[in-house]
Design a protein around this ligand. Structure first.
Ligand code: NAD
Length: 260
């Protein structure tokens, strides 16, 4: 039997990139899914794609902006109404913001990045955890970044928000371990998703492929990561088998963050 068979998993930012890849992995393992995203069209496409590839999967979709607390309350309540419980929470929705030096960073963009990447992740945990406490079981995987364990030039709010996600992950692990809930974070390096493709366009608008190749050369593996390589790790962290790992931020970056 596969490890996520019959489990109910909420995934935010599920319409594309790492969220969609994890939705596919969880569906392949037999999980029930609540997929949350504010991009209605892409979410509908993701649902249709899952229905084709995994016709037996139960998939609930909710169009919502995770930075609004009422949205988090609603996706949690709807999931409990439809599936009866929440076994796993992939707290993934996030944005990069625009790239600029710290002193000239656009303050509105700064606040938006913090609202989605930090406050949105907090609202998700705030509403999911009470359900998991009642069950005396839960697995939470927050999405930080290598930018949550290292600095990244010209990405001050992103780096601040991702360090904060790593910090909240430690606190949730401390406060709710007694309730059978593990909380971990992942720190992906450069994984080829729509977000990263946009980052390469910002780094080198004339030749984004050159920016991509430069990134790949700096990595010990000489390549970027694929979303499915992140999804496999997340699926394990969301599984019952991952019962004594908590409060960790796990780099998924081909080893790159070890270099000096
Ligand atoms: P992506 O842009 O490809 O996909 C993100 C998804 O989240 C989109 O479907 C988008 O519509 C959704 N989303 C964004 N803000 C939202 C909001 N407020 N409410 C609801 N949905 C929202 O990005 P990705 O590369 O898949 O990134 C996913 C997560 O992984 C992010 O938190 C990102 O910071 C993190 N991450 C990605 C990488 C990478 O290399 N791709 C590296 C480190 C961390």
């Amino acid at each position: 039997m596969s490890t996520l068979q019959g489990k109910t998993i909420i995934i935010t930012g599920a319409a594309m990139g790492l969220g969609l890849a994890t939705a596919q992995e969880c569906a392949a393992q037999g999980a029930n899914l609540t997929l949350v995203d504010f991009n209605e069209k892409a979410l509908a496409e993701a649902k249709a794609d899952l229905a084709t590839k995994f016709p037996k999967a139960n998939v609930l979709t909710i169009v919502a902006d995770v930075s609004k607390e009422e949205a988090a309350a609603n996706y949690v309540a709807e999931t409990v109404k439809v599936f009866g419980r929440i076994d796993g929470f992939y707290n993934n929705a996030g944005i990069e913001g625009r790239q600029a030096p710290l002193t000239s960073y656009d303050v509105d963009v700064f606040k938006k990045v913090i609202d989605i990447n930090l406050t949105g992740v907090y609202f998700g945990m705030r509403h999911v955890i009470p359900v998991m406490q009642k069950q005396k079981y839960g697995r939470i995987v927050n999405v930080a970044s290598v930018g949550g364990i290292r600095g990244v030039m010209n990405q001050t709010p992103y780096v601040a928000s991702k360090h904060a996600v790593s910090g909240m992950t430690k606190n949730a692990a401390l406060e709710y371990g007694r309730d059978g809930i593990t909380t971990n974070a992942i720190a992906p390096g450069a994984i080829l998703t729509p977000m990263v493709a946009e980052a390469f366009r910002q780094v080198n608008p004339a030749d984004p492929k050159a920016a991509e190749d430069g990134y790949a050369q700096a990595n010990p593996t000489k390549r970027l990561g694929q979303p499915s390589e992140v999804a496999k790790v997340v699926a394990f962290l969301l599984s019952e088998d991952c019962s004594y790992v908590s409060g960790q931020t796990i780099a998924i970056d081909g080893g790159e963050s070890n270099s000096y």
